[in-house]
Design a protein around this ligand. Structure first.
Ligand SMILES: [Zn+2]
Length: 326
């Protein structure tokens, strides 16, 4: 029988309930582990994040959350397990890699595709390794990524996916084929228009044997507009107009028959594993969108357009459990 693999063990798909498919319990770039301003206490962070997620469980009925943080940007298996225990939410951990411009340690850049694929499979089947120790916690989703902090210059072949990212995609495709585990992606919203990085990724994944029905493409532009980061609401200021545009486009997709292929999430950074965000990193502050936004503000907006309870249930419950189960 297919299961959804959470950090605290496998669950039946029908027990997943309302599921957010792209969140970050801890989000921390490589190198921060030797920053004086980044000394943190696991118990304290687990308590803080656990309480906030428990609030979402109680108030909005969120039951499951995918922590789509690969190890190269701060995945912390013990923290995820502890947050799951304290919040009461099922948490799904990630194996895989972030984009070349923001992640992928040198050690892994030198490894073969097969070697990388083997690590991804073992994270899913045996347990994740943290600080050279095998933990009892398994990953339940594979991450792949492309793009940087700004619009990505084209590679000589005209694509945005770099040769290194392509190798990671091949490894992820192989691991997907072998395990059946789902894949979640990161793309840079500004890259949509000159090209379509999500389709570039999908092509490589399929070539490597991945099932496209198991791939969740992240930050996908519904309507390409360079000045707007539709798909990452907390990055933009003119929320009202863009929310409206996003809602209209979601309804349009549903009308065209794509309701079964949509999932929603916040992409929230619940902690950075460090002190307060400094002025040097304004792009890391995503607290502008309140935790109830999807339920209190965006769902009513959709409902007015005919995207009601049944459609929301499909996107928040039925689609995630189908995609996440393997
Ligand atoms: Zn993200």
């Amino acid at each position: 029988m297919a299961v959804i693999r959470t950090v605290l063990g496998d669950i039946a798909p029908q027990d997943a309930g309302v599921t957010l498919t792209h969140e970050h319990i801890r989000y921390a770039y490589q190198g921060c582990e030797f920053d004086h301003n980044n000394v943190w206490d696991l118990d304290q962070v687990a308590d803080d994040v656990g309480r906030r997620i428990h609030g979402m469980v109680k108030e909005y009925g969120v039951k499951t959350m995918v922590d789509l943080t690969p190890p190269d940007i701060g995945r912390h298996p013990e923290l995820l397990a502890e947050v799951s225990r304290r919040s009461g939410a099922h948490i799904i951990a990630t194996t895989g890699f972030y984009a070349e411009r923001m992640g992928i340690g040198f050690y892994w850049r030198r490894k073969s595709v097969d070697y990388i694929a083997d690590m991804l499979v073992r994270d899913i089947t045996e347990g994740m390794v943290h600080d050279n120790q095998l933990t009892p916690y398994k990953a339940g989703v594979i991450k792949v990524a492309t793009g940087g902090m700004a619009q990505t210059p084209a590679e000589p072949n005209g694509k945005r996916v770099t040769p290194l990212e392509e190798r990671m995609l091949r490894a992820a495709g192989q691991a997907q084929k072998k395990t059946g585990a789902p894949i979640g992606t990161h793309t840079q919203p500004l890259d949509y228009g000159p090209t379509n990085p999500a389709l570039e990724m999908l092509d490589v994944l399929e070539e490597a044997g991945a099932d496209p029905g198991k791939v969740m493409l992240g930050h996908v532009f519904i309507k390409p507009r360079f000045e707007h980061h539709v798909g990452i609401p907390w990055m933009h200021d003119s929320a009202e107009q863009l929310d409206e545009e996003l809602a209209v486009n979601i309804c349009r997709l549903a009308d065209k028959g794509y309701l079964g292929q949509l999932v929603f999430s916040y992409d929230r950074f619940f902690s950075h594993g460090r002190g307060p965000i400094t002025e040097e990193e304004p792009d890391q502050d995503n607290t502008r969108v309140p935790p109830g936004y999807l339920f209190d503000s965006f769902a009513p907006r959709l409902a007015k357009k005919g995207f009601g309870k049944a459609e929301l249930h499909k996107v928040l419950v039925e689609n995630p459990r189908r995609i996440l189960a393997f």
